[in-house]
Design a protein around this ligand. Structure first.
Ligand SMILES: [Zn+2]
Length: 152
């Protein structure tokens, strides 16, 4: 089912990393948070409980595979998992690798950007460069995991 005014029905919502007939995994292309990944249910549903128990299980399994690949390859200090749908009420999960020196830590990435001194900004830029250098390896590991877990 597609809703004509819904951005996640009309567009991929980011760079496609992996897909399945029921869901897709996208790189959110967040300039401040490389590695920020979303799992988007393909049909337009709003809440987890709109899915059958088996579909709920599959969606969470994929979310946890993303978390595992981030921990294995990107080695963040923390992983943030979130599902809101307040702005775009189409079921999707955010999986965000976090570092204690990232721009918002310990606040959520949606908080107002705190002021950072030059040294902190340099550290943040170095961190982003390091994450970007591992992004292909992260995506490759994630694709391999998901292909293995959801073999046809
Ligand atoms: Zn939608």
């Amino acid at each position: 089912m597609i809703k004509p005014d819904c951005p996640l029905c009309l567009t991929t919502g980011g760079d496609l990393v992996w897909q399945h007939p029921r869901l897709r995994v996208i790189d959110a292309r967040d300039p401040l948070y490389p590695g920020f990944t979303r799992v988007v249910w393909k049909d337009h549903v709003e809440e987890m409980t709109d899915l059958s128990p088996l579909d709920q299980q599959m969606l969470m399994q994929v979310v946890l595979q993303v978390e595992t690949a981030q921990r294995t390859v990107l080695k963040p200090d923390k992983i943030n998992l979130a599902a809101f749908g307040n702005m775009v009420p189409h079921l999707h999960w955010h999986i965000i690798p976090r570092w204690t020196d990232d721009p918002h830590f310990p606040q959520p990435v949606w908080a107002n950007l705190p002021e950072a001194d030059v040294l902190a900004q340099q550290k943040q830029a170095l961190r982003r460069t390091d994450i970007l250098a591992h992004l292909d390896a992260y995506h490759a590991a994630l694709i391999l995991q998901l292909d293995t877990a959801f073999k046809p």
